[in-house]
Design a protein around this ligand. Structure first.
Ligand code: ZN
Ligand code: ZN
Length: 747
């Protein structure tokens, strides 16, 4: 297996060192002729490596060098500029007539192939724009697609897949880009190649399929993706080995088994069957907690407390077992529960039994509190209705391109603006990613102004159902408080108190109460327990609304700053605009993904920024992060929404929230209004919000108000109001050229 690694020539080892270039005396002018600004040994090759456009210009204009010159290794200045990600130098050299597909170096490669090895998106984009041919192969048989795959950079790969190049092209040993990605364990690249139609069952010269290569690295996500996309599990190589045989041989059987398990496959690669149809499972999972809660409350009522509690806990576990291991047929107790209506079912069941005890006991016995009864009924009605709405409304799905041509133009536009990265483009949805949106792994779509995925309402909470969610939680808290008050009144009114059982360990008065009506007592204790997390949730929600922030932004603030940018970085940098200067290359505006993949705990919430060359390290963790929010001790905290206060980074985020500049913050009143009107106060449509006005929303709003008197806003309806406001902001709904707001500067 190692030969394949060695075959992957490393250009930096053979070519890129400045010393090798400086050693070249080719075309170096006599020292006496040089002006003091240029060092004696600087030639056009060294200047190209450094991206020193001024020196290159001086050399070319004075006739001491040409863009088509070659050094002693037959390498052109364009090669040197390309491999060092010097976009400006590349551009200048091309303008000066450099040959775009010049072949040079030991590997007889083009400048674009050199750039591809480093995954330099903007160099590749520039060269493609100058008609570079991505299909040329170097002496190792690699074309640009193979080389970009080697670099593990996801955005250059995406860009290249939309160029005229065959996704299944083979190198000299018959390897396709998919095999390389699988071999490297790049789950994201594998995913992307599969999305672009890569063949899962091609064979290389040794008869190995992409699945065999995935087993070599033993990345379970790659293995799983390939099987899901129809890779033949029993395919044999020229020696008659299947991928599983190879896994045994290479000791990666664990990864192989986990991949099958997590993908819901049996050993032979068929889908594990669930006992019920998809629809019926969901229905049963939603209803089951209602039945089990009744069982638990009855158990506590009938049996003495010491056996009752044990049996109740066993019943709870039984319910959990039925849902996870039987109905969902999953190998673990936590896996994929958040994607099912299980937790929403628990809320539903609790509400059913709360209404039951209220109607059968409190309403009849506690007659002296008509106002409290009314308030409880009102809260209950509002709560139930908004629970249903939050569950069933679309949380705010972001639009995806409707055709390949539209997708290509989006990618092309973003790349030419120098900001094709994980913040502006979602490679899961293959669509532009609006600001403040997030791709939810459970819902598998990008949600506009995403707050969080809430298993309790079995839905994401986004722009479209955030209001309903907040009303639901508010009325839930109020309802429980009224209920507790009524329960208190009910028990206080009881005169005929039985003598407490001697085995009861609680204070005598409470023991007596439980004996009076254990069912009611259990329900109210259960309801009161819910107060703990709902109050915490509610307080943080209100605080966030007032600060114009989402849960996602708060938890990521310490790590990324607002809108997924680097904490404390200027808005321009966060937006991924290009800057002048020699340092500019494909990776500068993005956060290192290796940095983010080292984060634990809230990683499921992290905004992945994928433009970086080390994306593969991200890819590893990615597949299980979303689910891993559901393992271990973090599970409960995560469900309760308390983890944002416990994670170190999150606490840091809260502390910094006061200092960092939030471009969406318009002040308390306007923030609340904006929340309620889903973006009207800011004048934005969050589903299609791709830009922040350079002068900021506050200034844009001030200006809008200044000339707002000219417009008749009243009575024209929300849509036209929105249009007016958006035109004022230069945010036309067509959204292509952001009228007036160009990126900071183009290189
Ligand atoms: Zn997405
Ligand atoms: Zn979701």
């Amino acid at each position: 297996m190692d030969d394949i690694v060695n075959a992957k020539g490393d250009p930096s080892a053979t070519a890129v060192t400045p010393a090798s270039a400086q050693a070249g005396t080719f075309n170096a002018p006599p020292t006496s002729q040089l002006r003091t600004t240029a060092e004696p040994e600087v030639n056009v090759f060294v200047a190209s490596q450094r991206g020193d456009v001024n020196v290159i210009r001086e050399l070319i204009e004075s006739g001491r060098a040409r863009a088509t010159d070659r050094d002693e290794q037959n390498i052109t200045p364009l090669h040197w500029a390309a491999i060092n990600a010097q976009v400006a130098a590349c551009r200048y050299l091309l303008e000066q007539g450099a040959e775009v597909d010049a072949l040079g170096g030991d590997l007889v490669a083009t400048p674009m192939q050199w750039a591809a090895r480093g995954g330099y998106l903007y160099v590749i984009q520039l060269l493609i724009a100058h008609n570079a041919d991505p299909n040329i192969k170097d002496s190792q048989g690699y074309n640009t697609l193979h080389l970009v795959t080697h670099s593990s950079s996801i955005m250059p790969l995406l860009y290249l897949l939309h160029q005229p190049i065959s996704v299944d092209e083979r190198d000299t040993s018959g390897h396709t880009a998919l095999m390389w990605a699988a071999y490297q364990g790049d789950a994201l690249s594998v995913d992307l190649l599969l999305k672009h139609g890569a063949n899962t069952n091609t064979r290389d010269d040794s008869g190995l399929t992409p699945l065999h290569w995935a087993v070599v690295r033993g990345n379970k996500v790659c293995i799983r993706r390939l099987i899901e996309k129809g890779a033949e599990i029993g395919a044999k190589d020229n020696d008659g080995r299947t991928a599983r045989d190879m896994a045994v041989e290479l000791k990666s059987l664990g990864a192989w088994k986990r991949a099958l398990e997590e993908g819901g496959f049996t050993e032979d690669g068929t889908k594990r069957k669930k006992p019920l149809s998809e629809r019926n499972s969901k229905f049963v999972i939603f209803i089951l907690p209602t039945i089990f809660l009744w069982l638990i409350f009855m158990t506590l009522t009938i049996l003495p407390w010491y056996t009752g509690i044990i049996l109740a806990m066993a019943e709870f576990f039984g319910m959990h077992h039925i849902v996870t291991r039987v109905l969902l047929n999953r190998p673990t107790y936590t896996d994929s529960v958040t994607g099912s209506p299980y937790f929403a079912g628990i809320i539903f069941g609790s509400m059913v039994w709360l209404a039951y005890v209220w109607a059968t006991r409190l309403l009849q016995q506690v007659e002296s509190h008509p106002f409290t009864h009314l308030m409880f009924a009102l809260s209950y009605g509002i709560c139930a209705y908004n629970f249903f709405r939050a569950m069933t409304l679309d949380p705010g799905t972001c639009p995806a391109p409707t055709s390949d041509a539209e997708l290509k133009s989006i990618i092309e536009d973003l790349a030419s603006e120098g900001r094709l990265n994980g913040q502006t483009f979602c490679i899961q949805c293959m669509a532009r990613k609006p600001l403040r949106s997030k791709h939810c792994r459970i819902c598998d779509k990008c949600i506009a102004r995403s707050d969080h995925h809430c298993p309790w309402v079995w839905n994401c909470v986004g722009i479209n159902n955030h209001r309903q969610f907040l009303i639901f939680v508010t009325s839930l808290v109020l309802g429980i408080i009224y209920f507790d008050y009524l329960t208190y009144a009910y028990f206080s009114a009881i005169t005929d108190i039985p003598v407490p059982v001697p085995s009861c360990l609680l204070p005598a008065s409470i023991c007596s109460l439980t004996a009076v009506d254990t069912f009611l007592f259990s329900v109210s204790v259960w309801a009161t327990l819910q107060l703990i997390w709902t109050i915490v949730l509610l307080a943080s929600q209100y605080w966030q609304v007032a600060r114009q922030m989402t849960t996602l932004e708060v938890s990521n603030l310490g790590r990324y700053g607002f809108m997924g940018g680097r904490g404390g970085a200027s808005l321009g940098t966060q937006m991924g605009h290009r800057h002048h200067g020699n340092h500019m290359h494909g990776v500068s505006p993005t956060v290192s993904s290796s940095e983010s993949s080292s984060e634990e705990g809230l990683a499921g919430e992290a905004t992945p920024t994928l433009g970086h060359a080390h994306t593969h390290s991200h890819g590893h963790g990615h597949g299980n992060k979303g689910m891993c929010a559901g393992c271990g001790s973090g599970f409960l905290m995560h469900l309760l929404g308390l983890d944002r206060f416990t994670s170190g980074k999150a606490a840091n985020g809260l502390a910094r929230a006061g200092k960092a500049a939030n471009p969406f913050d318009l002040g308390f009143a306007a923030n609340c209004k904006d929340f309620w009107t889903t973006g009207r106060e800011l004048g934005v449509e969050y589903e299609r919000l791709y830009e922040v006005p350079i002068e900021g929303f506050r200034e844009a709003r001030r200006r809008r108000e200044a000339d707002g008197d000219d417009h008749e806003l009243g009575g024209s309806g929300r849509k036209s109001l929105r249009q007016t406001l958006m035109m004022g902001l230069g945010l036309g709904s067509s959204g292509t050229r952001r009228g007036g707001y160009e990126p900071v500067s183009q290189v």
